[in-house]
Design a protein around this ligand. Sequence first.
Ligand SMILES: CC(C)(COP(=O)(O)OP(=O)(O)OC[C@H]1O[C@@H](n2cnc3c(N)ncnc32)[C@H](O)[C@@H]1OP(=O)(O)O)[C@@H](O)C(=O)NCCC(=O)NCCS
Length: 181
Amino acid sequence: MRTLETNRLILREWRESDLDDYFEYAQNPNVGPNAGWKPYSDKSEALKMLKTFIENDDLWAIVDKNLIKVIGSITLRNDEKRENTKTKMMGFVLSESYWGREIMLEAVKSVLQYGFEELKLEIISVYHFPLNYQSKRVIEKAGFKFEGVLRDSFTNFNGLVYDDCCYSMKKSEYFENKNRF
Ligand SMILES: CC(C)(COP(=O)(O)OP(=O)(O)OC[C@H]1O[C@@H](n2cnc3c(N)ncnc32)[C@H](O)[C@@H]1OP(=O)(O)O)[C@@H](O)C(=O)NCCC(=O)NCCS
């Protein structure tokens, strides 16, 4: 996958050597459940998942340029809620130690640029659970438009069913607002 670079970050493919960094944030109960996945208690389970990241090739590892450490991930993958082949769905998580510095916004802007300018996508979607204020704020600050709430649309790992707050950005909106980036 294409490596992307921002002021503070490198977005690159995953490597098995990232396991310790991945496990560090993937075991945190404040991280995964907000994105719909169970925190890992066992490093070997985390390794299995990391191997799928390497195979699937649609999830960037977010690397802090100064520390040369993986601190999160961001994806552009097929959106099961939409049939448009020029659509991709964004998703992201960040290690809790790095929250509150607009690091994810930096990664999101870079992936939007890649999606619209290189992949020539028509629309990029993104979703958050209703109580996830932090994700909502990243999505709003990046300029996504709120579409509405898809009720009872996601069954979490613990069996709880959540609404999805739905947002998207069209190619035209990206290019209109690009200078804000
Ligand atoms: C969502 C997430 C990626 C945000 O990344 P970030 O780089 O911290 O984003 P920002 O710095 O732009 O902060 C977003 C908002 O959260 C608030 N925030 C930051 N740290 C916080 C904390 N520890 N507790 C509560 N709110 C916090 C900020 O004030 C900001 O709101 P504002 O712009 O109105 O001031 C990160 O919180 C995360 O990974 N959460 C767990 C996984 C997740 O929810 N993924 C998204 C699934 S849809």
